[in-house]
Design a protein around this ligand. Structure first.
Ligand SMILES: Nc1ncnc2c1ncn2[C@@H]1O[C@H](COP(=O)(O)OP(=O)(O)OP(=O)(O)O)[C@@H](O)[C@H]1O
Ligand SMILES: [Zn+2]
Length: 594
């Protein structure tokens, strides 16, 4: 079991309660207060302790006879090698990131162990089965990459929804005032569609320059007023002058600083520690108060003061928005709501802004429980030898769906998958004595293709290319490393080498092979052992085409390069790296994506 978080806690409880034999649980993390609402194997006295170890201890209280071993470690560590994976009947993923999922998938496919994959995103979830040669692996089909972006003109000139104002406050204003504005346009779609828009973008660049100039006044007693008057008055006035924009959109209303301040006479700000401050929508006075407070160098907590302080040590220092940093969140909430007011858009509470700016999809304990239950049901089928009876299952709530659960048969593996459709071997070799030449000449080139065992080479003919985890280490035009020992090349126990060959005489023998290195301490010199199925399939044609381009000077294809066709039928549940409204790349969040 990999991962002892939201799904993992439910899963481990289910496993020990339903009579699973030997279980090993791996998790690299420690318990955080925010885990306790749903990761019920953990309690407040466990905060800062290892998730894997505490999950084991708590699960054993459900069933003291269970045989559970815990590893407080990352699944990427060398000790979790192919041999370790192979020692299991089934591997269950309860992870929260694509990198770890892909790694476990690769190891399970190489070790030929069935993998049950899972994920949740709020009320949605899924469980799927993956098995080399039987059921498509996690990487057989590319996952849709749907970064949510907004047209620059919507964000900068014609917002119509609260999210547009939040993206403006976070990605434009915050970055312009406290960060490196050039770095931070990721969510804004810069595609220039029409001439009007291109002109508009030119104007916006001028505006951004002016804002940069303005920030030279940071620390000035009137800095807050200067920024306010620029962004909520002069910039809005300028936009009002562009008549074309207002044929299809409601005209915005600039804010008058002096009038707003006058209306604040006798104003008493809400307590920032109160629930109301977080969860009710601030009125105009409160919003202006927070906005100015964040910009005023006189205020102890102000962002500009913090930045000025940092800049004493590093002149180029910049702040970057972090939704968990209160001053930053307060500033973005205030700025977004003031802009919303100009554009007649509803204001949002700080709580809502945090969710939207951080793209937080709250974890739902019930979805995790449903998914963990389904993992166990699939695991039973796998252990009973009935993988064919397994189905991939989806939890979908709301929308047009009439059923909470739906399932569909798994897809067969993709013939050109770079993970599960390549030859895969464990290469036991002494990495401290064997050289790359030993691998290329003896392990890869010698022997008879498709035949032999153990100490026989693979018999791959023609030009050989070798990639390590670090990149290309050998090909026909790059033989500098041949004399180096494997350990000198950073290849050690747990490393993977990806090999391709180019045999002009017989293209059916052009294959891609993955060698998973196991350091063989007592082996002498070039002695080695290869464990794996010798009946390797040829590389698909399109890979030949890419490889052919190499002769003309192009780089060779990488075995790991997932160049599969877009055949994926259903989007996956993953973390924020791959898709959706990517408003935050904080990998620790419950950011999940459909
Ligand atoms: N490489 C890895 N090796 C081992 N465990 C991992 C690895 N990557 C992620 N995990 C674990 O997978 C679990 C996923 O659980 P979950 O999605 O509930 O996230 P969480 O971190 O517990 O919750 P939150 O993100 O809300 O704080 C986490 O406990 C995390 O530590
Ligand atoms: Zn695959």
């Amino acid at each position: 079991m990999v991962g002892a978080g939201g799904i993992g806690c439910e899963l481990l409880k289910n496993l020990v309660m339903s009579g699973f034999g030997h279980i090993e649980v791996v998790d690299l993390d420690t318990i955080d207060l925010s885990n306790l609402n749903r990761q019920f194997l953990f309690q407040s006295q466990h905060i800062k302790k290892s998730k894997a170890n505490v999950a084991r201890e708590s699960a054993l209280r459900f069933n003291p006879a269970a045989d559970v071993k815990s590893h407080h470690a990352s699944i990427f560590e060398d000790r979790f090698d192919i041999g370790w994976f192979r020692s299991f009947d089934v591997v269950l993923n309860a992870l929260d990131n694509v990198a770890a999922r892909r790694h476990v998938n690769m190891m399970c496919m190489a070790a030929n162990v069935p993998l049950i994959e899972s994920g949740t995103a709020g009320y949605h979830g899924q469980v799927s089965i993956h098995k080399r040669g039987v059921a498509a692996c996690y990487d057989c089909f590319p996952k849709p990459v749907e970064r949510k972006t907004y047209p620059v003109c919507t964000i900068r000139s014609t917002p119509s929804e609260p999210i547009h104002c939040i993206v403006w406050a976070k990605n434009y204003l915050y970055s312009s005032l406290f960060g490196n504005p050039e770095d931070d346009t990721g969510e804004i779609d810069n595609a220039q569609r029409s001439e009007t828009e291109a002109n508009e973008i030119k104007e916006l660049k001028v505006e951004a320059e002016a804002l940069k100039k303005l920030r030279e006044n940071m620390g000035h007693a009137d800095y807050g007023k200067m920024v306010f008057e620029k962004v909520f008055n002069r910039d809005i006035q300028r936009l009002l002058g562009m008549d074309d924009l207002w044929k299809t959109h409601a005209r915005p209303t600039p804010l008058d600083f002096d009038a707003v301040r006058a209306a604040m006479a006798g104003f008493v700000p809400a307590d920032p520690a109160s629930l109301a401050f977080d969860q009710t929508v601030w009125d105009l006075s409160m919003t202006v108060h927070v906005f100015l407070e964040r910009l005023a160098a006189a205020s102890a907590k102000a962002l500009s003061e913090r930045l000025l302080e940092h800049r004493k040590a590093d002149a180029a220092c910049a702040l970057s928005f972090d939704k968990d940093d209160e001053p930053s969140l307060n500033f973005v909430t205030a700025a977004a709501n003031l802009r919303a007011r100009c554009f007649h858009i509803a204001a949002r509470s700080r709580f809502d802004v945090k969710q939207m700016a951080g793209n937080i999809i709250p974890a739902i304990a019930t979805t995790n429980a449903i998914v963990a239950g389904m993992i166990v049901m699939l695991a039973f089928k796998v252990l009973a030898g009935a993988i064919g009876a397994c189905k991939n299952t989806f939890v979908q709530y709301g929308g047009e769906r009439t059923h909470l659960l739906s399932s569909e048969p798994f897809a067969p593996p993709s013939a050109d998958c770079s993970v599960c459709s390549v030859g895969s071997f464990v290469l036991r070799i002494n990495t401290a004595t064997a050289t790359l030449r030993d691998v290329v000449d003896k392990v890869v080139a010698s022997g008879t293709f498709g035949a032999g065992s153990g100490r026989d080479g693979l018999g791959l003919c023609g030009e050989i290319t070798v990639q390590s985890n670090a990149g290309l280490i050998h090909d026909v035009e790059f033989d500098d490393n041949l004399g180096m020992r494997l350990d000198e090349l950073g290849i050690r126990h747990g490393s993977k080498l990806s090999i391709t060959n180019e045999d002009d005489a017989d293209a059916s023998r052009n294959v891609a092979v993955a060698l998973f290195i196991e350091h063989w301490d007592t082996a002498a010199g070039a002695e080695f052992e290869l464990v794996g199925d010798r009946s390797i399939k040829p590389r698909p044609n399109h890979t030949h085409a890419a490889a052919g381009a190499h002769a003309a000077g192009a780089k060779r294809p990488v075995v790991d390069d997932a160049a599969a066709d877009p055949k994926g039928k259903r989007p996956r549940v993953d973390d924020g790296i791959d898709a959706a409204i990517v408003l935050d790349d904080d990998a620790d969040d419950d950011v999940a994506v459909l």
